[in-house]
Design a protein around this ligand. Structure first.
Ligand code: ADP
Ligand code: ASP
Ligand code: MG
Length: 406
């Protein structure tokens, strides 16, 4: 007997038929003698619809009321799946975040989970009842509903698995595992049987939306055995594991991209101490994350160019903030650019192999793709390129690192 958390994403619960299919999958685990808690997302498209309603009322709405609206999608699926389970003879009940309770901080719209009291769910599981828990939501410090950021049901599931001391957290989705690249873009992508926590964390934070980044952080910190698998097929998926559980280490395990990037170049900035602090201080105070930074050495020791990247949704705000600094810091031109994408290669094998960056740059150069900025860490290399080349670059690198399926 094992204790399992099963999470079903939007596509998996996208229609009454699909919810009935999920009920059958849950029933099979219960009949195999397992204790089961289920986490569900909203039906596919529903969260987007709710977000859009908020924007239509007021583009700069109260985030606490936004959370009330967007959390509603998950409430619907908990009720529907509980009914579906009951109708096939499985004892089940729905739980909203506040009922568990799943306590979060007060950052409405992108709250973090502080704690989960698993005792009521454990009691339910021990009497053979399946708990169907709403993903994506919890309750904030002022007892108001809070949501965990887009894709947050993954994090709900892993956090619940940690709180319930589950043997495994199964993330059921519309692909049958984690691939060497997004299978929607790279037809030759291969499914990985296993991937390390560290690689999965890099892939997620560099754009692979198959798992929310925080869910991987949580799995890594609490050593939750996490599996990504298909809700439409009956086969094992990809296990996220410790590095020592992987025998044959690839130099590069995956290629990913993030199209949510933007770039700002400040042309002709004074080259003196305090300039970088003056530029990035106000951005960080406003909660704007800056990622890649490139600063040239000035030929005359007086002026230089500074380029950096940030999330595309923060671009307008960043430009407005910088314009306020223009008098004190001074530059010749501020050039914003939305037409960029970040492409990355990730692999723990890079720690012990030189030459990954060179292979990457050469492969891109051979296709005439210009690199605008570069960042590296121990297990990844990222480049910023023009957005038009995104898919070509991902496919090219997939081939260059020998990842294509036969
Ligand atoms: P869910 O609604 O089940 O949470 P998501 O849409 O959030 O599903 O995540 C699954 C999607 O992630 C897939 O349909 C796929 O297009 C995308 N994806 C991006 N990168 C990868 C990757 N490396 N491996 C698998 N899927 C990926
Ligand atoms: N329904 C939420 C979203 O679409 C959470 C999730 O699906 O993980 O972002
Ligand atoms: Mg998701």
């Amino acid at each position: 007997m094992a204790r399992l958390v099963m999470k079903f994403g939007g596509t998996s619960v996208g229609s009454p038929e699909r919810i009935k299919n999920v009920a059958q999958k849950v029933k099979r685990e219960v009949e195999a003698g397992n204790q089961v808690a289920v986490v569900v997302s909203a039906m596919s498209g529903e969260t987007n619809r709710l977000v859009d309603l908020c924007k239509q009322i007021d583009p700069v709405h109260d985030q606490r009321e936004y959370d009330v609206v967007v959390a509603a999608g998950e409430q619907v699926t908990t009720g529907l799946l509980s009914m579906a389970l009951q109708s096939v003879g499985v004892k089940a009940r729905s739980w909203q975040g506040w009922q568990v309770p799943i306590r979060t901080d007060g950052m409405h719209g992108k709250a973090r989970i502080d704690s989960i009291d698993g005792s009521a769910l454990i009691a339910a599981m021990e009497k053979g009842e399946v708990s169907v828990v709403a993903g994506f939501q919890g309750v904030g410090p002022e007892d108001r509903i809070a949501t965990l950021g887009r894709g947050g049901s993954d994090t709900s599931a892993v956090a619940l698995a940690a709180a319930l001391k589950a043997d495994r957290c199964d993330i059921y989705t519309d692909v049958d595992g984690v691939y060497t690249a997004d299978p929607r873009i790279v037809k030759k992508a291969r499914k990985l049987d296993r991937i390390t926590y560290e690689e999965m964390l890099e892939l997620a934070s560099l754009g692979a939306k198959v798992l929310q980044t925080r869910s991987v952080e949580m799995a890594m910190n609490h050593r939750v055995r996490t599996q990504v698998l298909s809700s439409f097929a009956d086969q094992p998926g990809t296990l996220v594991v410790d590095e020592d559980e992987i025998v044959e280490k690839q130099i590069v395990s995956g290629v990913t991209y993030s199209a949510d990037e933007a770039k700002i170049t400040l042309v002709g900035v004074a080259d003196r101490p305090g300039i970088a602090a003056g530029i990035f201080g106000p951005l960080s105070d406003a909660g704007i994350n800056v990622d890649m930074i490139v600063q040239n050495i000035s030929e005359d020791g007086k002026q230089t160019d500074m380029t950096f990247t940030l999330g595309r949704s923060d671009l307008d705000r960043a430009v407005a903030l910088l314009q306020k600094q223009e008098k004190s810091l001074g530059w010749k031109r501020l050039v914003p650019d939305r037409n960029v994408t970040k492409v990355s290669v990730v692999g723990v094998g890079m720690r012990s192999h030189a030459g990954v960056a060179h292979t990457m740059f050469k492969a891109l150069a051979d296709k005439g793709i210009n690199i605008q900025a570069i960042t590296t860490s121990e297990i990844k290399v990222s480049v910023l390129i023009a957005a038009d080349y995104n898919e070509l670059a991902v496919r090219t690198l997939h081939t260059a690192f020998g990842l294509d399926a036969e």
